[in-house]
Design a protein around this ligand. Structure first.
Ligand SMILES: [Zn+2]
Ligand SMILES: [Zn+2]
Length: 381
């Protein structure tokens, strides 16, 4: 079939909306009509090159380039057709994307760590994660899909492992938000940082992920939720989602946190800036108190291997630094769980959407994100 998709042909370029061809789904694959796609910052990391593998790494992956690439890894849609062997989905089902596949059989899936599923290794380059061949073609050549989801295409052929069935009556824009930003931010606080009742929590960077770390910390019973962002609109939003204090910079916040905590500093610090650079880690660890936890959620440039961390304090003050992908949640358990909290009025989702765009307006949406105008922009097909 033919459909329209936003394609990136290389770094530092605009998304090109053009017609693509899609082959029918094969074994274990599903043809999805995406209805909503979130404009997450991770796709922007492909544009800037932060998340584009170096030539040596591409060679190890057996490919020359990850471009051309259809973007989008946050989304929700409706199943149009299933390939042979698909058992968990049927035509007409509503689905959430899951940018980390959950095969259900690997060591990690079987031990409650679906966010680390072995199938994720295949999502960065090459063809389908099912058999490595391509189903999507642009201008006659194979085109890759971001996270093998490609929600910036109106239709996509996706592995069954990358889709989570959701209730039909849930608004699909809310489902889309939960599929990446909400789960990642909320899980960073509630799960990876394990925020406890009475904790002082700092969230650095209030975008689509950080705002949900604020929401998760509040829900987990934090006493202080301190949100840090240079943009006033985002600090105001953070207060609506449960922040108790806001600051424009880490430098401004650090003395205030000392005052609030009698010098003990934060129990949990969650790093969700737009891009993480190693020099931010020094202040992040200074804000983390004795026995405290610093969770690194944000994406850093792939080659970033230096961080300003005082190793003496790390050991002597018994601190820990933890990475996380997908908030260390399990997509098949936690996407439905978060949507259940939304249904019961306990999780804010509608309020996260700042602006809706058509696919043709995708570059406007990313420009607004770069300018700090959006908590979350979404494409509605
Ligand atoms: Zn994302
Ligand atoms: Zn797995």
């Amino acid at each position: 079939m033919k459909t329209r998709a936003a394609v990136l042909w290389g770094t530092n370029q605009q998304w090109q909306v053009e017609e693509i061809d899609i082959d029918p789904p094969r074994v274990g694959e599903v043809l999805v009509e995406w209805k909503v796609a979130g404009l997450c910052h991770s796709d922007e990391h492909m544009v800037t090159g932060d998340m584009v593998p170096a030539p040596e790494m591409l060679a190890m992956m057996g490919i020359d380039s990850i471009f051309p690439l259809i973007g989008g890894h946050e989304g929700a849609g409706v199943v149009l057709e299933v390939g042979a062997g698909v058992t968990s989905l049927a035509a007409g089902d509503h689905v959430s994307a899951s940018f980390v596949p959950a095969c259900g059989r690997c060591r990690y899936c079987c031990s409650g760590r679906q966010n680390l599923c072995d199938a994720t290794a295949g999502t960065l380059g090459g063809g389908m994660i099912t058999d490595g061949t391509h189903r999507h073609f642009v201008r006659g050549e194979p085109v890759g899909l971001m996270a093998k989801i490609g929600t910036f295409s109106n239709h996509a052929c996706v592995s069954e492992n990358s889709l989570i069935k959701v209730d039909d009556d849930l608004p699909l824009d809310c489902v889309a938000l939960v599929s990446c930003g909400v789960a990642t931010g909320w899980g960073s606080a509630t799960n990876r940082a394990a925020v406890a009742v009475g904790d002082t929590v700092v969230v650095v960077g209030i975008g689509g992920i950080g705002i949900n770390a604020v929401q998760g910390a509040k829900m987990a019973g934090a006493k202080h939720v301190i949100a840090i962002d240079p943009i006033e609109f985002k600090r105001e939003k953070a207060m609506e989602f449960g922040a108790t204090h806001t600051f424009a910079s880490m430098e401004d916040a650090i003395f205030a946190i000392a005052g609030l905590t009698n010098g003990q500093m934060a129990d949990k610090v969650i790093m969700t800036p737009s891009v993480l650079h190693g020099d931010l880690m020094g202040l992040a660890l200074s804000m983390t108190g004795k026995g405290g936890t610093c969770v690194v959620t944000a994406i850093a440039p792939m080659t970033q291997s230096q961080a300003a961390v005082n190793l003496f304090e790390l050991a002597m003050w018994n601190k820990e630094i933890k990475g996380t992908i997908f908030g260390s949640l399990n997509p098949r358990v936690d996407i439905p769980k978060l949507l259940g909290l939304y249904r019961e009025g306990q999780l804010k989702l509608d309020e996260l959407i700042t602006k809706r765009y058509t696919l043709d307006q995708i570059n406007d949406g990313y420009e607004a994100m770069r300018n700090g105008e959006n908590i979350r922009g979404v494409i509605v097909y």
